[in-house]
Design a protein around this ligand. Structure first.
Ligand SMILES: *Cc1c(COP(=O)(O)O)cnc(C)c1O
Length: 401
């Protein structure tokens, strides 16, 4: 037997993982609550009665989180991008006209997927890390008359928040256009009302706002979107992502593919915790924590990346001084302070997430301290005591308010 085919010598996980888990404060995945972690360790029959109850409850809870009465809620075995591809591949086909509002890396992915599906894609590029305006989108709708519009609620890559999404979605409907929204980063961190805003497809992932594990996602289609899927004459070339086949498992108690049962159980627990907290309380927690984080970072002398008018709460971007490399900051804060944060796709900033379990006071204190210390280690002038004091003051003030 050749040495190439002998078992390799590898390390056990315990010898690879750090003794103390790193605090996951980047742009996802985020820390998961113990109930989610426990659920993720359980395997059950994917087609049994227990699973049927789980699925019924996941759909009911997801409807609350999406704020929809639509029946067409489905789980997806795959990352947020798989949910994105499921939305697009079911609603967009060769020669469909699609208007893609592009604010950054993730919204550009929807344009890329639409292009690969053979659609006639019109890109509306919003430059300089600004939010999309109703005027610009409405003008593009009037000019191009698309069948579908894609837009991201929170552009994680450059921390831009499309705050005019409700008005933009309504405008699209006036032009008879279906609205597809990427809410991977934002769902359950800030208001999104699928029905009231007349959105036709909302996608999310597990590992961000919902504080579940990566790799199991959710999608919701409106009745109008479901009707478009039903009227389709050619077949979706993505078999796994075919919504009509997925309906077998998620609505008819039969088989499509073996669902990632542990991940669905984890998602169930994550959703249950959202429902127990309630959306208004959860939104307030996210707003309060993110604001305190932003104020403390500015008080310590660092600069936030996005302008207030287009700034996202769910992921906070911090400018990295020109002489310093993003990767150096991320490495220093990880190795020395055991906090993970994210770089960004080529932009001069690092990003701290404020999604789900990241929005807890104890995580903020540790993160602000770690970021300030790491920056100081690397020679950046920061007033860390002032940053820490501001974090405390801001949390107190907002609690009192
Ligand atoms: C993270 C993210 C995605 C992609 O999710 P994956 O699980 O990495 O595929 C898409 N859109 C937004 C806004 C995101 O933040």
């Amino acid at each position: 037997m050749s040495a190439d085919y002998l078992p390799p010598t590898v390390l056990a996980l315990k010898d690879i993982l750090p003794d103390e888990p790193l605090l996951m404060m980047g742009a996802g995945p985020v820390p998961i609550p113990p109930a989610v972690a426990h659920a993720n360790s359980v395997v059950i029959n994917h087609l049994g009665a227990t699973m049927s109850t789980i699925i019924t409850q996941v759909k009911a809870m997801a409807r609350y989180v999406f704020q929809t009465r639509s029946n067409w809620v489905l789980g997806v075995a795959g990352p947020g991008s798989a949910a994105m591809e499921m939305a697009l591949s079911n609603l967009v086909w060769p020669n469909s006209k699609v208007l893609c509002v592009v604010n950054g890396f993730f919204s550009a992915r929807m344009a890329e997927m639409s292009t690969r599906l053979g659609a006639d894609v019109v890109r509306l590029d919003v430059t300089n890390h600004q939010a999309a305006t109703l005027e610009a989108v409405e003008a593009a709708l009037a000019l191009h008359r698309p069948q579908c519009l894609t837009i991201v609620q929170g552009e994680t890559s450059n921390t831009v928040f499309n705050r005019e999404l409700p008005a933009i979605a309504k405008a699209a409907k006036r032009y008879g256009c279906l609205v597809i929204v990427d809410a991977v980063c934002t769902l359950s961190t800030m208001p999104l009302q699928m029905d009231a805003w007349e959105i036709d497809a909302v996608i999310t992932g597990g590992q961000k706002g919902l504080s579940s594990i990566p790799g199991v996602s959710l999608i919701a289609f409106s009745d109008q979107a479901w009707a478009r899927i039903g009227q389709r004459t050619d077949r979706n070339t993505h078999w796994c992502l075919d919504a009509k086949l997925a309906e077998n498992f998620w609505h008819k108690g039969s088989y499509h593919y073996t669902a990632p049962v542990s991940g669905v159980l984890a998602l169930h627990e994550a959703l249950r915790l959202v429902c127990a907290e309630t959306l208004p309380v959860r939104f307030e927690r996210h707003a309060r924590c993110s604001r305190a984080l932003q104020e403390s970072i500015e008080a310590s002398g660092l600069t936030l990346f996005a302008e207030p008018a287009s700034r996202l709460n769910s992921v906070v971007g911090i400018v990295v001084p020109a002489e310093l490399d993003n990767a150096k900051v991320c490495a220093q804060i990880s190795e020395r302070y055991h906090v993970e944060i994210s770089g960004s796709f080529g932009l001069p900033m690092v990003r701290i997430g404020q999604m789900g379990e990241q929005c807890r006071a104890h995580n903020l204190f540790r993160t602000v301290h770690a970021l300030g210390s790491a920056m100081r280690d690397l020679g950046v002038k920061v007033d860390l005591p002032r940053g820490m004091a501001t974090l405390e003051e801001s949390l107190q003030r907002q609690r009192a308010a």
